[in-house]
Write a protein of this length. Sequence first.
Length: 226
Amino acid sequence: MRQGQLRRKESASGCSSRIRGFDRGPGAFAGARDCSSRRIGHEKNAPFVASVCLPPNSGGRGPGTDGPLAAAAQDKSASVRPDLKRGQEIAGSICVACHGLDGNSAIPANPKLSGQDTVYLHKQLNDFAKPANDKSARVNSVMTGMVGSISEADRLHVAAFYASQPPIPGAARNRDTLELGQRIFRAGIPARGVPACSGCHSPNGSGIPAQYPRLAGSMPSTPRRS
């Protein structure tokens, strides 16, 4: 498809009104595209992940968003539509102390949830709720207790709510390591066999819907803990 045709198609789709990662069409959970995104991987001045926070719908449709994970999430929750009002109620009663009402956590140990992909967040919440002996479970006693008290549908509602919230911009705190961090993010460390972070989290740090989380604007401690 030519670039002009692609822009017209995205403009006509009204994707600016979508919940990130959840659309009305049959490909909903494969990841929402962003009207303002350019050709991912061809931007000469992609921002450094810790120094900028892009809008929640920034970035493009990354490779692999039509894979098994996205398909499984779509099939599992196809009968449930996100209820942002219900999601806000859950966020305000259960999640607010650690992640903030709008998902912009002020506590370095707790990740920001605002602007993350709906399917990605929903999957993480479901994984926390799984029994510890399940190989696909995420083991965390605090999170297991929190998400175990709500239904899977409510996990979807709160995931969609946080995905709809605009992230507050973050900033790099250490100027001395900014350039090195930018280099590793974009190109990795070839001599040590370390791949570029941008390969999974996209060149602008917005992540790949359903598979890899958004890192743009996150606090420095979050990637180390994940």
